[in-house]
Design a protein around this ligand. Structure first.
Ligand SMILES: NC(=O)c1ccc[n+]([C@@H]2O[C@H](COP(=O)([O-])OP(=O)(O)OC[C@H]3O[C@@H](n4cnc5c(N)ncnc54)[C@H](OP(=O)(O)O)[C@@H]3O)[C@@H](O)[C@H]2O)c1
Length: 244
């Protein structure tokens, strides 16, 4: 790990989309600081990073701990050039049965945490006059889904947040965008029954789930110089499932 090399912070880098993003950044020569909620997850991150970064524990449900944890990275003299807000959860239930905890957990992890993460990195980015902030949203922000009022609200909240932030920092050399996946093959969708799977696939014009790498490619593009004039945008990647 070199303190002068370009560095990306990725939440939820242990598996799924976050891991695919991290691997592509390493291939581009960008070192990775990746988070997991468990020590095993941190070990897994450090195993695949092979010295090109490090992992640390961060639980986004504890929004109060986020600022202090990120401060530790700056104290060690690492800069964060790119922030990838990837980690996210779902705790599904119909509204009539949804518990307060299911609502609060999802809103805290998927939406409120982004406020604290961005606040922790934005001043140094402004000082450097450059930065990239990319957040993984969801098609459910746009379509809604039965049993997901909490998840859908959290992901659509991100849209307004990112548009407003993009306006605030557009003149500071910082771009702010969302990558919005449809259904992607990860642990997140592993819990679907084969009947649910078939039902979803029948609504996807490409007749398949996406791969984490297909999301990661878009994130790499938005992080690159080639995307320097794109901000406040949501890039939909869903096999044609939803178009705007
Ligand atoms: N897969 C899809 O079909 C799909 C579709 C649309 C959007 N998305 C979004 O894509 C993002 C990544 O999803 P995925 O499919 O890669 O999911 P995943 O395989 O379930 O991975 C989720 C990641 O989030 C981390 N995480 C979970 N709870 C956390 C918490 N409280 N604090 C911090 N980190 C936490 C996990 O860390 P640990 O290692 O500690 O478990 C894990 O690395 C999410 O924002 C999700 O909403 C996914």
């Amino acid at each position: 790990m070199n303190k002068n090399r370009k560095t990306v912070l990725i939440t939820g880098a242990n598996r799924g989309i976050g891991k695919a993003i991290a691997k592509k950044f390493i291939n581009k020569g960008i070192q990775v600081i990746g988070t997991s909620t468990t020590q095993d997850g941190v070990k897994n991150i450090e195993d695949y990073l092979k010295g090109n970064g490090f992992g640390f524990i961060l639980n986004l449900k504890n929004t109060d701990s986020i600022t202090e944890t990120i401060k530790e990275i700056y104290k060690k003299k690492y800069s964060i050039d790119i922030l990838i807000n990837n980690a996210g959860i779902k705790e599904d239930n119909l509204l009539v049965k949804m518990k307060n905890k299911e609502w609060n957990d999802v809103i805290k992890t998927n939406l409120s945490s982004i406020f604290y993460l961005v606040k922790s990195v934005i001043r140094p980015m402004i000082k450097k006059k450059q930065g990239r902030i990319i957040t993984i949203g969801s098609v459910i922000a746009y379509t809604g889904n039965k049993g997901q009022v909490n998840y859908s609200a959290s992901k659509s909240g991100l849209v307004g947040f990112h548009k407003s932030l993009a306006l605030e920092v557009a003149s500071k050399g910082i771009t702010v965008n969302i990558v919005s996946p449809g259904l992607i093959k990860t642990d997140f969708t592993n819990t679907l029954s084969s009947i649910q799977n078939q039902k979803y696939i029948s609504n996807i014009p490409m007749k398949r789930l996406g791969n984490p790498e297909e999301i990661a490619d878009a994130v790499i593009f938005l992080s690159s110089k080639k995307a320097s004039y794109i901000t406040g945008h949501t890039l939909h990647i869903n096999g044609g499932m939803y178009m705007i």
